[in-house]
Design a protein around this ligand. Structure first.
Ligand code: ADP
Ligand code: MG
Length: 398
């Protein structure tokens, strides 16, 4: 059918035509914002999930909800190679400008502006219109200064009967010091019942990283798991977008796509998009769905999967290939090491590198798993089986 009318939207952070199965998280976020606006202690949320489940989409949705509730919002994606201070300063400046639009001046707002200016010069952060206020003295200690700024921002927001909602994507890439400082500042917001809320999103390892940075992080945040869609929601995600265009799927085509995508939102968009393009007309049949599978897998192999693969060193590829031997479910790192002909201790550094790169995570002690669904299939297609110290077979070249 006509590509121009294709309703699906595969791509990072791309708004889906139908946001299926996320009513629970959306409601929770809404409630959290309303509670904060009514003066209760804010409880920040960290959305945890694998690649392609729809965390970024949810963050955008939450930002929209916060705006509708008249909160002052900012949204940004952490770049793990830059400091938090550098990335947060322009965002906080933006928030302060929004607050000053509601009501100009006021003691807390002036103080917040001054602190932020002091912070920017102390941490040598440059951006846009460099000088924006008369600098207040700051200590140069990130934890103390960030907390002070958050307090002043919170007071300025409270004085204007609004809340500040900070949406941060890829939080797991923050280093331990920065993550710890952010958590401490938020802890103070909660203790003082000041209206500054954080909605974060990251890979599943974020819960442990936050806990390691500050042990009380577990109680300070809620960690809703953003997972693959169940069969009913997956069907809705696939069929609702075409229904509006008077197009239908045959039941066996739906079953095929849900099985192939395992209910993962990104894959549903991709398979749906390919099925639309190959189907000559409505209804979309099983044969179309099967063609869509071939095309979608080729697109992933040449694109997303291969890009991730290219980022791995030789020994990281070997470890990943060994893990892939265990299928999609988490495997014991001891078993993976055994397959590589290594002891657990010998294999541990490679495993940790892969976790740091965001390729894998540990769902619980002693277990490892991929952060990208279907990546295990790709590796089994791409690389020969690894046994002991050598490969059995040859690497598949494109
Ligand atoms: N609830 C959902 N229903 C249907 N499609 C979704 C849903 N959430 C996300 N998607 C789609 O999945 C893809 C990945 O979303 P994204 O938010 O980038 O995932 P993540 O940030 O978790 O990697 C996008 O193409 C988006 O349109
Ligand atoms: Mg994302």
């Amino acid at each position: 059918m006509d590509h121009e009318d294709n309703p699906y939207n595969p791509g990072a952070g791309a708004r889906p035509p139908e946001l299926a199965g996320r009513e629970g998280v959306v409601k929770k976020a809404q409630l959290t914002i309303k509670r904060t606006l009514s003066g209760k202690a804010p409880k920040s949320l960290m959305l945890l999930g694998l690649r392609g489940v729809g965390k970024t989409v949810l963050l955008n949705e939450i930002e929209q909800i916060a705006e509708n509730l008249k909160c002052q919002t900012v949204l940004f994606e952490v770049d793990g190679d830059r400091s938090l201070a550098e990335q947060l300063t322009p965002q906080l400046h933006h928030v302060l400008l929004k607050l000053s639009r509601i009501q100009h001046a006021g003691h807390s707002l002036k103080r917040a502006m001054g602190l932020l200016q002091g912070f920017a010069s102390k941490f040598k952060i440059k951006y846009g219109d460099a000088e924006f206020a008369v600098a207040e003295p700051v200590t140069g200690d990130l934890i103390i200064d960030l907390t002070e700024i958050f307090m002043a921002v919170g007071q300025a927001a409270a004085a204007r009967k609004t809340a500040v909602v900070i949406c941060v994507d890829e939080v797991h890439t923050l280093n331990k010091t920065d993550l710890g400082a952010l958590i401490m500042a938020l802890h103070r917001m909660s203790q003082r019942q000041l209206p500054v809320l954080l909605f974060g999103a990251g890979l599943p390892q974020l819960a442990k990283l936050a806990g390691d940075a500050k042990s009380y992080a577990e109680r300070l945040f809620d960690y809703p798991a953003v997972t693959r869609l169940n069969a009913k929601d997956a069907e809705r995600a696939l069929t609702a977008p075409v229904k509006a265009l008077k197009v239908k799927y045959n039941q066996d085509a739906i079953r095929h796509i849900i099985k192939a995508t395992d209910g993962y939102p990104f894959f549903i968009q991709l398979w749906g998009s390919e099925a639309w393009d190959v189907a000559p007309k409505s209804p979309i049949r099983l044969a179309d769905a099967k063609k869509a599978s071939v095309n979608a897998i080729r697109i992933l192999d040449e694109g997303t999967f291969n890009l991730r693969f290219e980022r791995l060193t030789q020994r990281q590829r070997q470890y990943a290939r060994a893990l892939a031997e265990f299928g999609a479910e988490p495997a014991r790192s001891g078993e993976v090491a055994k397959l590589l002909g290594m002891t657990v201790n010998e294999a541990a550094p490679v495993r940790d590198e892969l976790i740091k790169k965001g390729m894998m995570y540990s769902p619980e002690r002693g277990l490892v798993s991929f952060t990208m669904p279907l990546f295990d299939d790709f590796l089994r297609r791409k690389l020969p089986k690894w046994k002991g110290k050598k490969a059995v077979g040859k690497e598949v070249k494109k």
